[in-house]
Design a protein around this ligand. Sequence first.
Ligand SMILES: [Zn+2]
Length: 319
Amino acid sequence: MNENEYLQQVANLAGLRHYPQQGPWSKKSGSAVGTRDNYVTAIGFSHNRQGASLVILLRFKKLEQPELVKSALKSAAIKKGKLGAVGNNFLRWDWKYSFTKPKAEEVAKLAEDLRTAIKPVTTAFDGRCEQCASTSTQSLTLLNGMPMFICATCQDKVRHELNQAAVNYEAITPNYPNGLVLGLGAAAVGGLAWGLVAYAINYIFLYGAILIGYFVAAGVLKGTGKVTRLGQIIIPLLTIASVLFGDSIFYTLIVMKEEHVAFSSRLLNAVVVHLWQIEIQGSGVLSLLFALVGAGYALYAARKPKFQAVFQPLGAPNS
Ligand SMILES: [Zn+2]
């Protein structure tokens, strides 16, 4: 049974409706969404590096102490899956599986058990907008995929606030000197660590370059205060420089060990000057490649934050 058919079946058993291509998770199979006892319920599939999970999301009225939800679930001692996250108006339950999906009947039962467990400590929705708590709001709207009760006025407000956030972000004047100083610092420390670790384990590893990329990106962004085109150029350059610096440290340490000489700036200098010859003989090309991957990751991490609220009525994926 494919995910679409499966979610259709879960929806029928759990008293929800299946909406292909909609909901908080996997776009293709969509999710089973609806309200039961006025608790918003969404069930779908989440695929990440750790594997596949069936995810149940329950939403309730905003509350002061989300810890109460946690302890209520703990004392309910539910055996299938485990608690993923609790917020002040939602809980996420993850059921990891490999190969065979959990039985649809068990999933429907689980959604019910979860609801029963949190009922004493939460309040269900009451047909009003959950934002302003006044306007009558009968149908669910998806906000960036998340089903909620939100009236038209509050939707406009959210849109306006996000626009304002985007305007404020544009208004930040980037501090390049600061970005460069912090970026250089991160590159130097990262390169040194890379060289020392490579020497210690006698092996250059990919994650090191990726870590350096992240580290440099974080330094530059903290300094400049925002993502800019220039920052996006500086970050990969510093990442590559950092890895090359690390390689110089690595080869200097190797020379010191093999030739039984003490560290000197002349030695380091000699290595730096001949780094390219050394690199093409050893695994240098590989570490440059790693550095580029690291820079790629860094750039991905340093992309502009999204200030966007997409509201979508349930059952109309293309509107
Ligand atoms: Zn409202």
